[in-house]
Design a protein around this ligand. Structure first.
Ligand SMILES: NC(=O)c1ccc[n+]([C@@H]2O[C@H](COP(=O)([O-])OP(=O)(O)OC[C@H]3O[C@@H](n4cnc5c(N)ncnc54)[C@H](OP(=O)(O)O)[C@@H]3O)[C@@H](O)[C@H]2O)c1
Length: 234
């Protein structure tokens, strides 16, 4: 791959992806976008803010190389206000809105923002990190209502996008990714019951995800894929 790569979300997985991609893909100009500078090539971005997304458009326009890869690695499972619900009675509209804002609406609005830079004549990859818990078919334990539903909504948004872009940008590949359980701030409060062998370091998760991203092609667009390359049911 040669050109501009945007890794959006300067958290555990996003920062590791930017670091590893810049080392292994010498012809990619990797820029990490987010709220915290964690990498030398960095653009400030609040993905939930419309003006910030417009600013991103200007930055891409003014950049010398063509956009070839975008990875959305933003997401939120918990915050000061957001706690994953264990029961129906924990549901709260404001919390649901916060969860959908970052996990469902922002990733697809990111796609809308960068659409004018998607090339028609060369390969382009857009990967968005979802989560296996967003799979409706795989839901066996319930709970985490808002996070699960927001990731399912993200999956549906990107499935529709993959169909639209297959017509308009035949060289584009869209992928939804499940990174496994990764040792980052997002999973930290929930790691107690995760067996050691199932808890990946950021470095390991990044290698798995990069392998998948590099193997995506227009023929495989619109799939929901786990760290080991297996397809996850919707
Ligand atoms: N870790 C896991 O076990 C696991 C499992 C399945 C799926 N995932 C998914 O993997 C992705 C990456 O998560 P992670 O594990 O790397 O967690 P993380 O370290 O918490 O990273 C998430 C990042 O999203 C950023 N973000 C949140 N709201 C934002 C906004 N409005 N604008 C810009 N950035 C924003 C956060 O930035 P701030 O630091 O500024 O808030 C944070 O850097 C997420 O989509 C997550 O759902 C993770």
């Amino acid at each position: 791959m040669k050109g501009l790569a945007l890794i959006v979300g300067s958290g555990g997985i996003g920062t590791q992806l930017a670091t590893d991609l810049s080392k292994s893909e010498k012809e990619l100009d990797v820029v990490l976008c987010g709220r915290k500078r964690q990498f030398n090539s960095f653009w400030e971005l609040n993905i939930e803010d419309s003006q910030s997304l417009l600013d991103l458009k200007n930055k891409i326009s003014n950049h010398s190389s063509n956009l070839r890869l975008v990875v959305n690695a933003t997401g939120r499972l918990h915050s000061e206000s957001l706690k994953p619900e264990k029961r129906l009675q924990h549901l709260d509209k404001n919390i649901m809105m916060e969860c959908f804002s970052i996990n469902a609406f922002s990733p697809i609005l990111l796609a809308k923002t960068i659409e004018e830079f998607v090339p028609k004549d060369c390969d382009f990859n857009f990967a968005s990190i979802s989560a296996r818990v967003g799979s409706i078919g795989d839901n066996q334990t319930g709970g985490w209502y808002s996070y699960r539903a927001a990731k399912s909504a993200q999956n549906q948004f990107f499935k529709s996008l993959s169909i639209e872009w297959a017509r308009r940008f035949p060289k584009a590949a869209i992928t939804l990714l499940h990174p496994g359980t990764v040792d980052t701030d997002l999973s930290r409060p929930f790691q107690k019951f995760v067996p050691e062998y199932k808890l990946f370091s950021k470095e390991k998760a990044s290698q798995y995800l990069i392998n998948i991203i590099k193997n995506q092609s227009p023929e495989s667009t619109g799939k929901f894929i786990a760290w080991d390359g297996s397809e996850i049911p919707w």
